[in-house]
Design a protein around this ligand. Structure first.
Ligand code: HEC
Ligand code: HEC
Length: 682
């Protein structure tokens, strides 16, 4: 061993090299405040190692980037740990860098003769920030895609050469595949190579001048080895442990595959850029333009930091005080803006809703990718595009939520509220729904409500403008066709038979009828009891009820109940009663949505718009209807929570009173009053 060492030493001089490295003098003793630089070198080493591991599984293209990161995160052995280490070490590096910079300024380590090294440090900092920026895009998920688009737009605000800079970074006029390959080349090639080069210089120059000793009488001088090495090692291990714990307990996120067609309102930069993001949102800053906020101000700040050695030279001790003061102010400002950004986001309903949707989409995309069908060759982006569980809520919010609700919300989890009038304050008033809540459409619950609770089930219609108008006209003796939850034929029929339907002797019959009706709607994820369905069919068509209902059947009005839904529905056999053949099924729904005013549906009573293919394409109609009939791969991703309670609480008395036009405006002003009081009595 010794022979080998001296052989090597003879040729390359390792011994003196190692000696020089380890026996560097540390005046004033080893100290914790010197560890920051070492931890930075260490985290960078972690980045290089985990980076190469990730690279061996990563594939940069718009159709494979998300897919390969999905593979790393969810299928590769320990892949999530490696990715987590890379993810959190990157953040650790930014934090450590900030601390290192603060410490250098406070200890005056930037002063002559160390100016050059200070500037090298600033260059290193820019490279590290560049590495984080470029890395954020690589998974090609919604979050990275939209946040990075903000960055490339900021680049275009560079004075004079903005457009060129943007094209250069983006790989052309459009943001897309070439942006990804370019960012990858920067992230895994150019920037790390630059970092290694500048780091070597930084360390070389540092060794030349030695440590800046804050307080030389702190302790007797020592050498780097073993005291300071021990402290450095402990610090590095602490960083590694923190990062490892985070990687395992809070795995790095992978949001849904990037889809240029789906706006992503939850996009935010990495948390350590939030301060800049928040700064740009001040009205005053916005008014001065992106170039001012995103280029000039950060440029001036970096400039002030860069000239700190000169400031100190010119102004002496006072200059040093100015520099320290500036750093503290900057740190406080960054901290305050970051806290403000988090605070505002947490209290921003719109942002929270967007986040909830982003989580749902992310979970769903991963669930589908793991599923039996795997990722299609066209790429993971089609997973969600073709998924009713994802698209249904969006289509519902877009087309139907102006009248209907879905478990009280707009389909995407948000309550619908009116805009606040000028001068109003507090929570915005709830917008009253004007048609049925379809959250449980076609389920047993829905069918039971139709049979036992018809008026109440459709009470929402009474909030509609047309309703008040129709009631007034009827009162004035005009004949108007409309669905009146309080007085239509169906409402009257159920009202007349309430007692019998709710009596103990018909309880089993109602259960059977409900089972039959629900089975007709046929939700894909529900099992129906065949015997009950059979019995229910008899009750609906032949009327084998007990007691007062004996001999009555739904078929006496709805002739088509129990039949198959016609393949080419037309109105030739319309009886004036809504077609009940496979009521609530996909075929029935599609026909209804395309033409609710057909005589076979609501006819002249109809108040719902018809959706022609120009408004709602066949593909979208299919997605919407499959979502409504639960015809999709079951999901373990939690759905949006029901908002019915909040809606009902806000709507208060409107469930019972039939509001005339005047009542309605009264109800509105009432709702704008503070909501804290207990719900209004029914
Ligand atoms: C006296 C005639 C009559 C009887 C009996 C009757 N209905 Fe109806 N039903 C109607 C009318 C009329 C409508 C149209 C809506 C309205 O006017 O309220 C309707 C509407 C409906 C609707 C909503 C239709 C749609 O297009 O959304 C359902 C569901 C329904 N009935 C189910 C039943 C069931 C189940 C039975 C048997 C338990 C039944 N009806 C018995 C007359 C009747
Ligand atoms: C302008 C308001 C409005 C819009 C928008 C609207 N609806 Fe309706 N919808 C109604 C009204 C009102 C009824 C009750 C029947 C009627 O008056 O035509 C109804 C009834 C229904 C029913 C039947 C429930 C039952 O059994 O009676 C379904 C299902 C339905 N709508 C689905 C949809 C879907 C899906 C969309 C979006 C593509 C939509 N609606 C958009 C107003 C609307």
């Amino acid at each position: 061993m010794n022979a080998l060492l001296s052989w090597l030493d003879n040729r390359v001089g390792v011994k003196s090299l190692v000696h020089e490295a380890l026996y560097e003098r540390v005046p004033g003793g080893a100290r914790w405040r010197y560890v920051w630089g070492s931890t930075l070198v260490f985290t960078f080493a972690v980045q290089v190692i985990t980076g190469f591991m990730l690279w061996s599984a990563y594939s940069p293209s718009t159709r494979t980037a998300w897919e390969s990161v999905y593979y790393i995160q969810h299928e590769m052995f320990l892949g999530y740990v490696i990715r987590g280490l890379h993810h959190y070490s990157a953040q650790a590096m930014v934090v450590l860098m900030a601390i290192h910079l603060m410490q250098v300024v406070i200890d005056g380590a930037y002063k002559a003769p160390r100016e050059i090294n200070f500037w090298l440090g600033i260059v290193l900092m820019m490279i590290v920030l560049g590495l984080s920026l470029t890395g954020y895009l690589l998974p090609w998920d919604q979050k990275g895609y939209y946040a990075t688009q903000v960055t490339t737009n900021i680049m275009s605000a560079t004075p004079v050469v903005g457009a060129e800079v943007q094209i250069l970074a983006q790989g052309g006029r459009d943001y897309g595949h070439l942006t990804l390959t370019r960012f990858f080349a920067m992230h895994a090639g150019i920037l790390p190579a630059m970092l290694v080069g500048f780091l070597a210089l930084h360390i070389y120059v540092f060794r030349r001048h030695g440590l800046t000793v804050h307080d030389p009488k702190h302790a007797p001088d020592t050498t780097f080895w073993p005291d300071q090495v021990l402290k450095d090692a402990v610090a590095c291990l602490a960083v590694l442990a923190t990062v490892l714990i985070l990687a395992v307990l809070r795995p790095a996120e992978l949001s849904a595959p990037a889809d240029p067609a789906v706006k992503f309102d939850a996009a935010r930069p990495e948390w350590y850029f939030l301060f800049l993001f928040r700064f740009l949102r001040f009205h005053a800053v916005e008014a001065l333009g992106l170039t001012f906020g995103a280029i000039i101000v950060p440029g001036v700040i970096m400039g002030i930091i860069a000239v700190m050695p000169l400031t100190e030279r010119l102004l002496g001790r006072f200059g040093h005080l100015v520099n320290k003061g500036f750093m503290w102010l900057l740190a406080l400002g960054v901290l305050a803006l970051t806290v403000l950004a988090f605070y505002e986001d947490a209290n921003d309903r719109g942002h929270q809703a967007a986040l909830a949707e982003a989580h749902r989409d992310a979970g769903r995309a991963i669930e589908l990718a793991k599923g039996p069908d795997k990722i299609p060759v066209e790429g993971a982006v089609t997973l969600l595009r073709q998924d009713p569980f994802t698209q249904g809520p969006r289509l519902f919010a877009q087309h139907c939520a102006s009248c209907h609700r879905w478990n009280g919300h707009d389909g995407r989890g948000s309550l619908i509220t009116d805009a606040l009038q000028p001068g109003q304050s507090g929570a915005p008033p709830m917008t009253p729904p004007t048609a049925a809540d379809l959250g449980n459409f076609g389920s047993r619950e829905w069918m039971r409500a139709i049979v036992l609770d018809y008026s109440n089930h459709f009470r929402w219609l009474k909030n509609a403008g047309w309703y008040a108008e129709a009631r007034q006209k009827t009162a004035a003796g005009e004949s108007v066709d409309f669905v009146d939850p309080d007085g239509s034929e169906m409402a009257n029929w159920t009202a007349d038979n309430t007692e019998s339907l709710k009596s103990a002797e018909n309880a089993d019959n109602v259960t059977a009828l409900v089972e039959f009706l629900a089975a007709e709607a046929g939700h894909a994820q529900t099992q129906y009891d065949a015997a009950l369905v059979q019995k229910g069919r008899g009750l609906a068509t032949e009327g084998s009820w007990a007691g007062a209902l004996s001999g009555t059947s739904c078929a006496s009005c709805h002739e088509t109940i129990g039949q198959d839904f016609p393949t080419a529905p037309d109105d030739s056999s319309a009886s004036g009663y809504p077609i009940m053949a496979k009521y609530g099924s996909a075929a029935w729904l599609k026909d209804f949505i395309r033409n609710p005013g057909a005589a076979r549906h609501y006819g002249a009573k109809n108040r719902m718009p018809a959706y022609a293919p120009q408004q709602l394409s066949d593909t979208d109609l299919d997605l919407l209807v499959r979502w409504m009939t639960k015809s999709y791969a079951a999901s373990t991703v939690p759905d949006y929570p029901s908002q019915l309670e909040a809606l009902n609480a806000a709507m208060g008395g409107s469930t019972t009173a039939a509001p005339a036009a005047a009542d309605k405006s009264e109800a509105k002003t009432e709702e704008t009053a503070p909501k804290a009081e207990e719900p209004k009595a029914q």
